[in-house]
Write a protein that binds this ligand. Structure first.
Ligand SMILES: Nc1ncnc2c1ncn2[C@@H]1O[C@H](COP(=O)(O)OP(=O)(O)O)[C@@H](O)[C@H]1O
Ligand SMILES: [Mg+2]
Length: 482
């Protein structure tokens, strides 16, 4: 703004000066345009007298009486200077261009119209001119320069005129005043604008990033930046909303399907028992009841899994961190599976290199992780198979591994196994107890601990799950922050 107003000030000063000069010239020429004609009309310029020193001196005097800035020249018809009354050393030109003279005489030229000044080679001046005729014959021109020596001198004297100084000062004051007004107006405009930008910025960025904004960018750019951040965020949230809505609908349909199957089984068997009670053998009755009981158990597991997952996902269940021995937890969990292991004649190798290694996590939740992984391993490993459960300790974390040499996971299934209700195509038939929620729970629990789980598997060769656990409070916070 300072630049613009200063430039505008200088420009108006310049336009004012040039305009003043042009206006003065136009006015002078307009008022004196007939000066040459008056002079020629006063005197019969006879051919014989033309060019004599006395005549021209007299004409000059005549012209200067009318206007003291006039300088008189007698020109021949071709433009060469015939005579004048000025000191000869001051004259630098021998001829004067005829084009401006003819333009003047035609009466159509607009003023100021300049012609050559014989006293300067490179300067043109306003003038008045008149033809000198004898009968019909053109004898020459009376050429009067307006603004001769006298004018030049006067102009040099007023170069530092007080009018000029005052107008420069006035323009200076106008520039400063418009600057001040401009600054005030701009402030009034930009203050609410930057307040708005600030508000939008605070709204659209997480608290940790508030300080990141660069203070050097202007308000409009800040606003633009905050606006695009906000739209981006809104779009992201809309997407998340849609996604969670889709997941919710999917969950409801999955849940109702999964609940209906065991319920239908229970209902079917109970009905049969009631209707054919008399005709059933004791064994059949016991068999039906056992099946109904199995379905009940499946139903109850499904419900508790769902309940647990929804608690984990809603954030209402937060890990209860404590320091505990990982080796002990591994042994305790393995103990729970002794019956299943025995039934399938599976070998479980537990390797706990150090007994006193501790981790900092929620013991109940980590036990759930181990249970789910071990249950999967048991379910997907055929008779006489092998399962390995161990941990290794690095300086930063404890890495727990659950590996088996069972059926493995199809390469295409691997990206999806941690999703809710995801099961490989043959799982529901082979393992009717399974719900497809086990690994989703595992993943969610480890997420709450800030830990990642990795899976390596090849079909028919076996599967290996491994995850890191933090060893102390400091690492836990680090992982959670990361
Ligand atoms: N140890 C494993 N060996 C082979 N496949 C596995 C193993 N663990 C998980 N899977 C595959 O991942 C799917 C999802 O597992 P999970 O979420 O525990 O559900 P569920 O065990 O109830 O089917 C299983 O259906 C199975 O196909
Ligand atoms: Mg499972």
């Amino acid at each position: 703004m300072v630049l613009i107003t200063t430039a505008a000030g200088i420009a108006s000063l310049w336009v004012g000066q040039v305009g003043m000069r042009l206006y003065y010239e136009e006015l002078t020429q307009e008022m004196n345009q007939n000066i040459a004609m008056y002079v020629t009309q006063e005197h019969e310029l006879l051919e014989t007298k033309l060019g004599t020193k006395a005549t021209i001196t007299q004409l000059s005097h005549q012209a200067m009486i009318i206007n003291p800035i006039a300088e008189v020249y007698l020109l021949n018809p071709d433009g060469t200077i015939n005579s004048h009354a000025l000191p000869p050393e001051t004259i630098q030109r021998k001829t004067v261009e005829l084009a401006p003279i003819q333009s003047f005489l035609s009466g159509e030229a607009s003023f100021p119209l300049r012609g050559n000044d014989p006293r300067h080679l490179d300067q043109d001046k306003i003038f008045s001119v008149s033809e000198i005729k004898q009968g019909e014959k053109l004898q020459g021109y009376l050429y009067v320069i307006l603004g001769g020596q006298l004018y030049d001198k006067a102009q040099n004297n007023i170069e530092s005129s007080h009018i000029r100084q005052q107008s420069a000062m006035a323009i200076g004051v106008i520039v400063i005043a418009s600057l001040l007004i401009g600054v005030i107006l701009f402030r009034r405009l930009t203050t609410p604008l930057s307040a708005l930008a600030e508000k939008m910025h605070l709204f659209s960025t997480p608290e940790t990033e508030h300080s990141r904004r660069s203070p050097t960018i202007d308000e409009i750019t800040q606003l633009d930046f905050a606006f695009s951040q906000m739209t981006e965020k809104i779009e992201q949230q809309l997407y998340q909303l849609r996604e969670s809505d889709r997941l919710r609908r999917e969950l409801i349909s999955n849940v109702s399907h999964d609940l209906r199957t065991p319920l239908a089984t229970i209902q079917g068997y109970l009905e049969t028992l009631r209707l054919k009670n008399q005709s059933l053998s004791n064994e059949q009755r016991a068999d039906y009841l056992a099946t109904a009981e199995k379905s009940c158990r499946r139903l109850s597991r499904l419900i508790s899994d769902l309940f647990e997952l929804s608690k984990l996902e809603s954030g209402s269940k937060q890990p209860d961190f404590e320091q505990f021995s990982i080796a002990e937890l591994i042994h305790d969990t393995a103990q729970e599976f002794s019956l299943e292991l025995e039934q399938k004649d599976l070998t479980l190798n537990i390797k706990t290199p150090t007994a006193d290694t501790t981790v900092f996590a929620d013991i109940g939740l980590i036990q759930r992780v181990l249970e789910n992984l071990l249950r999967n391993a048991v379910a997907h490993t055929p008779m006489h198979g092998k399962i390995e459960l161990n941990f290794t300790e690095t300086s930063e974390a404890v890495q727990v591994t659950v590996a088996d040499n069972g059926s493995g996971i199809d390469h295409d299934d691997i990206p999806f196994i941690f999703e809710r209700f995801y099961q490989s195509a043959d799982t529901p038939q082979k393992h009717p107890q399974s719900s497809g929620l086990g690994l989703a729970i595992v993943k969610r629990i480890l997420d709450l601990h800030g830990c990642r789980i990795e899976v390596k598997s090849s079909a028919q060769h076996g599967t290996e799950f491994c995850f890191d656990l933090p060893v102390n409070l400091c690492q836990t916070s680090e992982k959670l922050a990361g």
